[in-house]
Design a binder for this molecule. Structure first.
Ligand SMILES: [Zn+2]
Length: 145
């Protein structure tokens, strides 16, 4: 399934290209409206709160908490078939107005629960990730203790 956001060519023309550039540089960058300061994720061309078109991208520490999670038992993504079952987390980012971002949970699943603290890890582009850098998440056992 694709939508207009995914069909923009070249890739640099996508509304979320600064996010991907950031991952490649080892930074989590989230879109923020210059008019009303609202954090926006997924990125958009127009602010859903105030209607503004001017945005900036702010660096955010890759630290958050589990807003929700799901364990996939079916290989919805062919490149991830060998990882089944795996957990996807919806990560709430307190430093970005509680914007939420999806990601793959890596490492120990013990302690997975709503509100569990998470730390992100930047990973390089690979064939598995469609040649895009990614951010994966793991439970921060020290913060959970
Ligand atoms: Zn706004």
């Amino acid at each position: 399934m694709t939508n207009e956001r995914d069909e923009v060519h070249p890739f640099e023309g996508r509304v979320d290209s600064p996010y991907w550039d950031g991952l490649g540089a080892g930074e989590l960058r989230i879109q923020r409206c210059q008019r009303c300061e609202r954090w926006s994720w997924p990125a958009d061309w127009r602010c859903p709160a105030c209607g503004g078109y001017e945005f900036r991208w702010e660096r955010v520490e890759p630290v958050g908490r589990v807003y929700s999670w799901i364990r996939s038992h079916l290989p919805f993504v062919a490149a991830y078939a060998d990882l089944v079952p795996y957990v996807n987390v919806l990560v709430e980012l307190p430093q970005a107005g509680n914007a939420r971002i999806m990601g793959l949970l890596t490492g120990d699943e013990d302690g997975i629960r709503i509100g569990a603290p998470l730390t992100g890890e930047f990973r390089p582009a690979s064939p598995r990730t469609a040649d895009l850098p990614v951010l994966t998440w793991s439970i921060d056992a020290r913060a959970a203790a």
